[in-house]
Design a protein around this ligand. Structure first.
Ligand SMILES: Nc1ncnc2c1ncn2[C@@H]1O[C@H](COP(=O)(O)OP(=O)(O)OP(=O)(O)O)[C@@H](O)[C@H]1O
Length: 328
């Protein structure tokens, strides 16, 4: 599609598990990301949701070109990120930035806010008009007082620190920002402020976001589309209406049932998933979710459902039992 900015095709990342004095014997592989494909369109926010350990952060590192995949490709516009030379990769990094989860540990406590926000210029060169001026402008853009440029991270609250991280990510005028659980470590009231800031910045600068979270409720209002990830794979991807109003995959249904609903008349009953998430070293054959799925049938043990478009719908579904909306 012409307006795609990022195209992810069959990306796999397996980490070898080794033993021996020199770690020379491979005894297994952690299948952190196992065949993920999606597109990110210009100006779009794609929410990426799943339980802890499903591979979200590994995928973020692959998108940023920080980790190399075992196989598969990530195209930024029309160029494969993994075939770029070092210099080209550095140039492409200007245009794709990362906002990290924990504003308490992702900022160097010994650096002033001005140095933190201006750090990208030390690598990529000073902007027109000078570094100091741009840093003050960036602080203002994210709602911080530019006169606090000489303060240290510990002098700011959690929400303000996340704003500092966002200002740093904006420094080089990127096109894409990978937001890896940017509000998970914040109080609920502060979460909303940071989400609103991200939405405003998107409108103002035409940014595209991949927004990672473990909670479907968090990504709802910021996402144009949502991808649900389970044990290294995307099990369902769709627009807001499909995922929240007509979820077809049992895992999406279970995640949604855990989201608190303020209206008691709309409460539908929580689906409690039995058992732990299986090990990514030895995931179940067939459908990975089958060991916890109340709809699982024999076929799920041998066959991994392919993403397919349901009749009469544009939405792809990943489950054999998509038509069956019954709950346990
Ligand atoms: N460098 C590594 N070496 C070996 N295994 C790894 C490595 N990095 C991640 N993993 C494993 O890959 C799997 C996916 O990890 P990842 O951090 O991507 O999950 P996540 O969904 O981001 O989890 P969380 O929400 O807890 O951060 C986990 O089982 C993790 O232990």
């Amino acid at each position: 599609m012409a307006d795609e900015i990022l195209s992810v095709r069959d990306v796999v990342k397996h980490y070898p598990l080794t033993k021996g004095v020199l770690f020379q014997h491979e005894v297994g592989r952690v299948k952190a990301v196992d065949g993920v494909s999606f597109e990110l369109r210009k100006g779009e926010t794609l929410g990426l949701v799943g339980e802890s350990g499903c591979g979200k952060s590994t995928l973020a590192k692959l998108l940023m070109g920080v980790e190399r995949p075992t196989s598969g490709s990530v195209h930024f516009e029309d160029r494969d990120v993994f075939s770029l030379s070092r210099a080209e990769l550095r140039r492409s990094r200007r245009r794709m930035q990362l906002v990290m989860q924990d504003p308490y540990t992702s900022l160097n406590p010994r650096m002033t806010v001005g140095d933190i926000v201006g750090e990208p210029f030390a690598v990529h060169g000073d902007p027109e008009g000078g570094r100091g001026r741009r840093v003050r402008e960036l602080l203002e853009i994210v709602g911080l007082d530019p006169d606090h440029v000489n303060r240290y991270p510990h002098q700011f609250s959690g929400g303000q620190r996340q704003r500092i991280g966002i200002a740093r990510a904006l420094a080089l005028r990127p096109d894409v920002i990978i937001c890896d659980e940017p509000v998970s470590a914040l109080d609920v009231s502060v979460q909303a402020q940071v989400m609103n800031l991200l939405a405003d910045l998107q409108r103002e600068f035409g940014l595209s976001y991949v927004f990672i979270a473990h909670d479907l409720a968090v990504v709802r209002h910021i996402s144009d589309r949502v991808a649900v990830m389970y044990l290294g794979k995307i099990v369902e991807i769709g627009d807001e209406e499909q995922i929240y109003d007509h979820p077809t995959h049992p895992y999406t249904q279970a995640l949604l049932s855990a989201v608190p609903v303020p209206d008691p008349t709309k409460r539908t009953g929580r689906i409690v998933l039995e058992g732990d998430v299986p090990s990514p070293t030895d995931p179940p054959s067939g459908c990975r979710f089958r060991t916890r799925c109340w709809k699982a049938e024999e076929i799920c043990a041998s066959e991994e459902p392919a993403l397919e478009v349901r009749a009469g719908s544009d939405h792809p579904s990943a489950c054999h039992f998509a038509a069956d909306s019954g709950r346990p």
